[in-house]
Ligand binder design. Structure first.
Ligand SMILES: [Zn+2]
Length: 472
């Protein structure tokens, strides 16, 4: 199960990026809950997938009250995040938590008042437990990583979330201290509540930038002091996250974490009384427990017509025109490709003539990539390279423009069907001759008995198909 752990990081004030990310790409993910703070930054650290979201948006555009926390958690869930590390700047309410201290928060008091705090509500009511609002397993990993880096770390603490954007009054600050709070911030609520509802493991690193106003030193702190502290905290936070990632990613106990089944007995609205519109928005957040919708359960094979003995006796021809002619089916096929590859950095979608064009064209802009046609011989007007492949009798070739793919570009190959894989393999060679690398191959139909998909996999290419048929 460990390869299924996908780490998400929400960066607060001072943390707008993550060091050492390879294959970086910013991608926009849409949410039925509105606009998230920003696009998501996808990348790899030491071979582990990481998804990063700057909580206030790049350039720090959003105040704590105007952040759409629901959309943020929803898009992270859609991106496959299972383990979420939230990084935030806080004020200290304790003498012994001086600026520079990192607190792995384990409790919250929510005093925010203007924010949407639940994915559920009228039409579908659910109550999750917040008795232990953070993931102790994730906390263990952070504590270990922080100790290895010799950071000043405190395990456990209560974070009081205030609405802001103004800082506390003296009376409020004193009250928080008497309530037993340790740090004060403006963003972890309702973030932690929503992560729990979405069954994402959540841990919070609260970085102390200054003492809150209760402290006699508070008045002597200059803006430069705070800026300096935020800068050094954010360097430490990025180092901490980077070093925790390999442990979190490899954690085999993650799958049995109670956070991941938070919705198991949470629903109280009877299935027949649930509002379909409300339910439709919960496809990502509550997808594990809710019955699949009609659209999700589409059997793509039922949209594909089989014509026996075409174009010659013994061949079962899989006709995709019936799929193309059906709006729901066609949309479903493209959506499934997007879902699988949207989190990858893709520069070009290479579509193989001619039915590959029909799927490559609508797909390319959805995964923020350009489209490259791989054409049959003699069709391209500009300087091209050609690659031969063997047919049952004789040979044929495919071609691509020499400037269609630049060295280092990441390419997704698309066609309607993979059979023996001759054309697909020739297309892979064309991409590689231009210096590109094929990071995946997507097909509507696989005919596994003909071995084409296996042939591509032997070249180390991930093959994704939407359905398969026996025989040929
Ligand atoms: Zn957990």
């Amino acid at each position: 199960m460990n390869s299924a752990n996908v780490i998400g990081v929400i960066g607060g004030s001072g943390v707008y990026d993550i060091d050492g990310l390879e294959n970086r790409c910013w991608k926009r993910i849409n949410s039925p809950f509105g606009e998230p703070s920003d696009e998501l930054l996808f990348g790899d650290v030491g071979g582990r997938r990481l998804v990063f979201l700057p909580r206030h948006g790049r350039g720090h555009r959003l105040s704590p009250s105007s952040i759409n926390y629901r959309a943020n958690i929803d898009v992270l869930k859609r991106a496959g995040v299972t383990d979420l590390i939230a990084v935030s700047a806080v004020g200290s309410l304790r003498e012994d938590f001086p600026p520079g201290t990192f607190v792995i928060v384990d409790q919250f008091i929510d005093r925010t008042v203007t924010r949407e705090k639940s994915f559920f509500g009228s039409g579908c009511v659910a109550h999750v437990s917040m008795a232990k609002p953070t993931c102790s397993r994730l906390g263990d990993h952070l504590e270990r990583a922080a100790t290895m880096l010799s950071l000043s770390i405190v395990r456990g603490g209560t974070y009081v979330a205030m609405e802001g954007p103004q800082f506390s009054s003296l009376a409020e600050s004193e009250m928080y201290r008497r309530m037993g709070c340790d740090v004060v911030g403006m963003t972890n609520m309702p973030e932690a509540k929503l992560a729990r509802e979405a069954e994402i493991c959540y841990a919070s690193i609260a970085m102390v930038t200054d003492y809150d106003c209760w402290h006699p030193d508070h008045d002597y702190v200059t803006v430069e002091d705070i800026v300096r502290m935020v800068a050094s905290n954010s360097v430490n936070a990025r180092a901490l996250v980077s070093s925790a990632i390999s442990q979190v990613g490899a954690d085999e106990h993650a799958a049995s974490c109670p956070c991941r089944v938070a919705l198991q007995n949470a629903f109280i609205t009877k299935p027949e009384a649930r509002d379909p519109e409300v339910m439709a928005r919960l496809d990502a957040v509550a997808g594990r427990v809710l019955p699949v919708s009609r659209e999700q359960s589409l059997d793509l094979r039922s949209f594909i017509r089989t014509i026996p003995d075409y174009p010659k006796p013994g061949i079962m021809f899989r006709d995709i025109t019936t799929l193309l002619g059906h709006a729901d089916g066609f949309r479903y096929a493209i959506d499934e490709f997007v879902k699988r590859f949207d989190s990858e950095k893709i520069d070009k979608v290479a579509a193989i003539e001619s039915r590959g064009f029909l799927f490559g064209a609508p797909l390319a802009p959805r995964v923020s990539a350009g489209l490259v046609p791989i054409r049959k011989k003699g069709k391209l007007p500009f300087e091209s390279i050609s690659q031969e492949y063997m047919l049952e009798y004789g040979a044929d070739s495919v071609e691509v423009h020499v400037d269609a793919i630049s060295p280092g570009e990441r390419v997704l190959l698309v066609d309607d069907l993979i059979a023996t894989g001759g054309t697909a393999e020739a297309a892979v060679k064309l991409v590689e001759r231009l210096g590109g690398s094929v990071i995946g191959a997507a097909f509507v139909i696989d005919l596994p008995e003909l071995g084409g998909a296996a042939r591509l996999r032997q070249r180390g290419i991930e093959v994704f198909s939407l359905c398969d048929f026996e025989g040929h």
